[in-house]
Design a protein around this ligand. Structure first.
Ligand code: SF4
Length: 381
């Protein structure tokens, strides 16, 4: 089993190596997708390989000359990677405007480093019927520009086959998540994040094969009941949490039994319907998305007396489902959508008496002290 986990770790260590290999040996277009929510299935149905761009752990040395230093780390690090030539293997770029920072980033990218295919699309921020007609036209626009770029017709049958492949992937990830709820510690939270993230770097067919092998081994593995405190972890709406921070939490008396990371539960929580009209299926998928900090719940925000957050309620439901005692919020520095939502979430936690801790990136030693103190408070819950 360790050998399979090592492969997933290697993919995260060198995220673009496999895509660059494919580019060198096959006639396959490689399309970089900015996280999050891009319908990768549509790129797959065009015969191209979608690769999610997360930036890197390296210090930012070039990016800050082009981007505001108070942009989030995901955006700055990704632009730094672009300037360092790490994305040179890409044939094109596709991204959804999930927040203002991504929009600015894309504008600078398009001006500074134009690529052959540069597709930006809108996703409704408001989840109601008024946005669905517009979103249909955005999906149709994406399909025609991919067809033109790849020279491959995206038929209904191809789209349904790609949706089925990605649903299979999501179903296996859900199974893995269920295993860690039932047998906490069966897989570390850091490996869980790596497994989900690596699915976005390599061909999905290869990832499904490897994940299927891992699940077979894990299902046979017994884990003695432990005494660690069950918690959930949330945050990083479109980036990968620092695996060192996840390890630190799990080395200090706690075990993460569920999460709401982009490289976690947020990515695999729902399927796209594989039957019927695929465009309808995508509209339904987005319109009925799980609560997210990047959506606008206008009827809630405009009423000053309301202190209600669908996202906070979603997090609380994850916690109850995982029989967890508390929540660790791992924040991406300068992520405006998450910071705004965090105020409402914090209020809800306090109303419900839910223990929580919020951690931003920083020195691991400083984080260790806070994590240890949090674990001690959980002993009295
Ligand atoms: S959602 Fe947050 S972390 Fe993601 S790009 Fe926007 S500001 Fe950055």
């Amino acid at each position: 089993m360790e050998d399979i986990l090592t492969k997933f770790r290697d993919y995260c260590e060198r995220p673009y190596e496999r895509a660059a290999q494919i580019k060198a040996t096959r006639n396959t277009k490689i399309i970089g997708c900015l996280p999050m929510y891009f319908p990768e299935e549509i790129i797959h149905a065009a015969g191209a390989l979608p690769v999610t761009l997360f930036g890197s752990d390296e210090p930012i040395t070039l990016g800050d000359g082009h981007m505001m230093t108070n942009a989030c780390d995901q955006v700055r690090s990704s632009f730094d990677s672009l300037l360092k030539g790490k994305y040179d293997f890409l044939d094109g770029i596709a991204a959804i405007y999930i927040c203002d920072q991504v929009r600015f980033y894309l504008e600078v990218w398009q001006l500074d480093h134009p690529v052959d295919f540069f597709h930006q699309m809108w996703r409704p921020y408001k989840l109601d019927s008024s946005t669905q007609v517009f979103f249909r036209s955005e999906l149709e626009r994406l399909i025609s520009s991919l067809e033109e770029f790849t020279g491959s017709k995206i038929t209904v049958e191809k789209l349904q086959a790609s949706i089925r492949l990605y649903n299979e992937s999501r179903a296996m990830m859900r199974k893995l998540n269920d295993l860690r709820k039932d047998r906490p510690g069966i897989i570390t939270a850091a490996d869980m994040a790596r497994i989900v993230a690596s699915s976005m770097f390599i061909p999905r067919e290869e990832h499904n094969e490897l994940l299927g092998q891992l699940l077979t081994k894990l299902e046979q593995k017994e884990i003695p009941a432990g005494k660690k405190q069950r918690i959930i972890a949330v945050g990083h709406p479109c980036s990968m949490p620092e695996t060192e921070a996840l390890d630190l939490i799990e080395e200090n008396g706690m075990v993460i039994v569920n999460d709401d990371f982009f490289t976690g539960g947020r990515y695999f929580s729902k399927d796209v319907a594989a039957s019927g009209d695929p465009i309808d299926a995508f509209i339904d998928f987005y319109a009925n998305a799980i609560p997210c900090t990047t959506y606008h719940y206008a009827d809630i925000w405009i009423k000053p007396d309301k202190n209600y957050s669908p996202y906070a309620d979603y997090v609380i439901s994850l916690m109850k489902d995982g029989q967890a005692k508390g929540v660790v919020v791992l924040k991406e520095m300068y992520c405006d959508p998450y910071d705004m939502e965090f105020v409402l979430m914090k209020n809800r936690f306090e109303e419900e008496g839910i223990p929580y801790i919020s951690i931003s990136s920083g020195s691991l030693e400083a984080i260790r002290t806070r994590v240890q103190a949090f674990e001690e408070t959980l002993r009295f819950v």
